[in-house]
Design a protein. Structure first.
Length: 156
């Protein structure tokens, strides 16, 4: 699978379902990968949706962390505590657990933000509040991130 791309506006119906955008579904190849998903709480007020294979990779990374480090144990508890498996129905809808919708403050308007290997699911209100406000903000973040990466590479 290539990286997932795009931002999609969706609506949650009265049963807590979101129709998965067809343009996004077409990016998931092979088609067998379109059937199973894993969702969990994000570290911000959003949800993170993974395809099954990416979820397995993420779990492997988390399991490699030091199980005797208190912060690692706390993070693992958060990471795994809200995990739910999800399946597309015949109408390409995902049914979201009510508790996860409440955590992410999702009521009606939803934004799916593709992050290459995962999809962040935001309420419209929280998405607008958390996005960089201007290109200058985004540029500032990029500079900081690249500097951190360069510093880390120099330490090796």
């Amino acid at each position: 699978m290539n990286g997932l791309a795009g931002v999609y506006d969706c609506k949650v119906d009265e049963k807590g379902r979101i129709i998965f955008p067809s343009e996004l579904l077409r990016q998931i190849v092979p088609e067998e990968l379109r059937e199973k998903y894993v969702i969990r709480k994000g570290v911000e007020v959003c949800l993170i949706l993974y395809l099954e294979d990416e979820w397995q990779r993420r779990c492997s990374e988390v399991e490699e962390l030091d199980e005797f480090d208190e912060e690692v144990v706390e993070y693992k508890r958060f990471f795994y505590s809200s995990v739910k498996r999800m399946f597309l129905d015949n109408s390409n809808r995902l049914l979201f657990p009510k508790a996860l919708l409440e955590y992410a403050e999702i009521e009606k308007d939803v934004v799916l933000l593709c992050m290459s290997k995962s999809i962040e699911i935001w309420s419209r209100k929280n998405y607008d509040k958390n996005m960089p406000e201007t290109p200058a903000d985004a540029r500032m973040y990029a500079k900081r991130i690249l500097k951190k990466k360069k510093d880390a590479d120099n330490k090796q």
